[in-house]
Design a protein around this ligand. Structure first.
Ligand code: CAA
Length: 277
């Protein structure tokens, strides 16, 4: 499976980054987003990112962007990579429609960070060809792809997607279909605990992040990272962990919920634990 034509659904920070990386491998990318103007915004973000990479010897931005084709609905392709919001019913609807639109031998992948792959597979008639392909933000910079096998994902599908991840210049690591997989089962409780430390007045945000950065050699502190991921996404993932693992210790910290309720979603809304221009 060469996946010469890839349909990316969702042109936000993850979908746009995925489209950029796939286009950079020379594949044809069809980019779809239901929100008006989202694809154009996504392409502009890609242009800026590619510009930064070109300064360091990366490919010509316009060459890469020539592989990206905006589309106004789902279209047939060899592979779909879905990167819409972290809401199970929205994702299930995309998988149902993709199953009707893409050829029967196409693979349907989700960039979900926590929703069970088997739930998405159940919305299709090809559960053996449904898989998780979980990229990390910012996609052009982060080398990991967490490949998540649903209960019915075939060996052939898992091998093809693992090979594709390598061909995109990423390092694949395979996980099974548990809530939050591996990455978010580790990361989200860490972030949530940092928010509790802030909520209880243990330290100021800058101090919490400095302790994690310098103390554990993390590139960013957990609060700055939560802002990068999106605080609404953090809440959604914690809820999947809490409900899926049946353990109240995964309940999102009230301060995280307060920020989301106030529209402070992190970088994408201009403010979260920190303010952004
Ligand atoms: N496109 C192109 N270049 C980019 C870029 C992008 N989107 N983002 C950063 N860069 C480049 C910058 O231009 C800069 O280049 P130079 O060194 O040549 O100046 C370089 O990367 C470093 O960037 P900055 O100086 O702005 O800042 P930094 O050194 O802190 O690096 C970072 C930024 C790469 C984001 C780094 O902080 C980092 O790796 N942070 C951790 C990110 C992380 O943990 N992501 C995972 C989140 S979890 C997730 O996504 C999954 C989930 O399910 C929730």
């Amino acid at each position: 499976m060469d996946f010469e034509h890839v349909l990316v659904v969702g042109a936000g920070q993850m979908g746009g980054g995925i489209a950029q990386v796939v286009a950079g491998s020379g594949r044809r990318v069809s980019l779809y987003d239901a929100a008006p103007g989202a694809v154009e915004h996504g392409v502009e973000t890609m242009r800026r990112s590619l510009g930064r990479l070109a300064e360091k010897g990366g490919p010509d931005p316009e060459d890469v962007l020539s592989h990206v084709h905006p589309v106004d609905d789902l279209v047939p392709a060899d592979l779909m990579i879905e990167a819409v919001i972290e809401d199970s019913s929205v994702k299930e609807d995309v998988f149902r429609r993709a199953d009707e639109t893409l050829p029967p031998d196409a693979v349907l992948a989700s960039n979900t960070s926590s929703i069970p792959i088997s739930t998405l597979a159940a919305a299709t008639n090809r559960p053996d060809r449904v898989i998780g392909m979980h990229f990390f933000n910012p996609v052009p910079m982060m080398s990991l792809v967490e490949v998540v096998r649903g209960n019915e994902t075939s060996d052939e599908t898992a091998e093809a997607i693992t090979e594709l991840a390598r061909d995109l210049g990423k390092t694949p690591a395979v996980a099974n279909d548990f809530p939050g997989f591996v990455s978010n089962r580790i990361l989200m409780p860490f972030i949530n605990e940092a928010v509790w430390a802030l909520h209880e007045g243990v330290a100021e945000p800058e101090a919490i992040d400095t302790i994690a950065k310098l103390g554990f050699a993390h590139p960013m502190g957990p609060l700055a990272l939560a802002d990068l991921i999106g605080l609404d996404t953090c809440v959604a993932i914690m809820e999947v962990l809490r409900d899926g693992l049946g353990d109240e210790r995964y309940e999102p910290c009230p301060l995280l919920r307060e920020h989301v309720a106030a529209g402070r979603l992190g970088r994408k809304s201009g403010a979260g634990f920190y303010s952004y221009d």
